[in-house]
Design a protein around this ligand. Structure first.
Ligand code: MTE
Length: 322
């Protein structure tokens, strides 16, 4: 007999505060508490909206929210999630969104290669038409011990894997960001191993939580958050969530990712969230919610253990939580 066991974060939809109500309730508190941040962000919001309206995919959003994926915490206000970012191609501060507006996201061609039946190149808008779009609310936990809760739009990575038709020899899926030092000043810093590269095992890639993000808050995903295509794997630290992807490569070789190349002792391949395994330089026991400002305990697997822990049960000798 099939018995549905409710997972920790599977809660009634109405427990996630709708964004507009959340905004009304918190507007005053936020203005008072984060005045300088919001004041600085105001011109950027204008730029972001203009971008959303001119994006050829704008008409696709909002897409229907999948009620299965939600989080028992308030949504992070859009203006915070879109102005507090990590995107080293555009600088090492959190305020990279003005610089990121220089990225041209059309035309945007995605290459699929390596161990596949037939390598291909596909335009992002053609790809979007083929993929089953939906919205999911996920918790997003950065290795730096801050977090947010955001409504991503996009499609399951499994749909892209099926579309790519990998060969049986494929064990990993490698994803790469664009490389264009003319528009991305960070890429002129040649000591970084550009392009930004990340990878998943095929098991992880087809896990139901692995999600290709194309939208955010019911609009095309802003450039600073990884337009037009970025990864969300919510049980892993945020550095696995590679932004502005141009290439998917199926391979039998485990890739060495961007941060792993720079500092393997601190940032590994697996990067699964675990409050009990400290980063070499700070504790991972708790995190600061960048929306509410509250410090909250970090959950094992970022709260998604029921979906993912079994994938790692037999992996002996691997450093899974860094
Ligand atoms: N992808 C690229 N190409 N470059 C980056 O610097 N930073 C990562 C990840 N993806 C990064 C990237 C890190 S460290 C985090 S925490 C998340 O993006 C941040 O995503 P957000 O800005 O949408 O919150």
């Amino acid at each position: 007999m099939f018995v549905h066991r409710r997972r920790g974060w599977e809660i009634p939809e109405n427990r996630v505060t709708p964004e507009h109500i959340f905004h009304q309730r918190r507007a005053l508190a936020k203005t008072l508490a984060a005045g300088p941040i919001l004041a600085a962000a105001a011109p950027l919001l204008g730029a972001g909206r203009a971008f959303a309206a001119s994006d050829p995919s704008a008409g696709l959003y909002p897409v229907e929210r999948n009620p299965k994926y939600t989080v028992d915490r308030a949504l992070t206000p859009e203006r915070i999630a879109t102005t507090y970012n990590n995107f080293y191609e555009f600088g090492s501060s959190k305020q990279i969104s003005p610089a990121a507006q220089r990225l041209e996201t059309r035309p945007w061609v995605v290459e699929i290669g390596g161990a596949v039946e037939k390598p291909m190149k596909i335009d992002i808008d053609a790809l979007l038409k083929k993929m089953p779009l939906e919205e999911r609310v996920y918790a997003h936990r950065c290795v730096e011990a801050w977090s947010m809760v955001v409504p991503w739009s996009g499609f399951p990575l499994k749909a892209l894997v099926d579309f790519a038709r990998p060969l049986g020899s494929a064990k990993y899926l490698v994803m790469q960001t664009f490389k264009n030092p003319k528009v991305a000043p960070g890429q002129r810093q040649i000591w970084y191993p550009w392009p930004y590269t990340e990878g998943l095992t095929m098991f992880e890639a087809v896990n139901e939580l692995s999600f290709m993000v194309t939208g955010l808050y019911g609009k095309p995903v802003p450039k600073q958050n990884g337009a037009p295509l970025r990864l969300a794997v919510p049980w892993k630290y945020g550095f696995k969530h590679v932004k502005s992807i141009v290439r998917f490569e199926f391979t039998d070789k485990r890739p060495v990712s961007f941060w792993e190349k720079l500092q393997a002792k601190e940032y590994g391949f697996w990067a699964n969230v675990n409050p009990e395994v400290a980063h070499p330089r700070w504790s991972q026991a708790s995190e600061r919610d960048i929306g509410t400002g509250e410090r909250i305990p970090t959950k094992p697997w970022n709260g998604y253990g029921d979906y993912v822990a079994a994938m790692y049960a037999n992996l002996k000798g691997e450093v899974l939580f860094r």
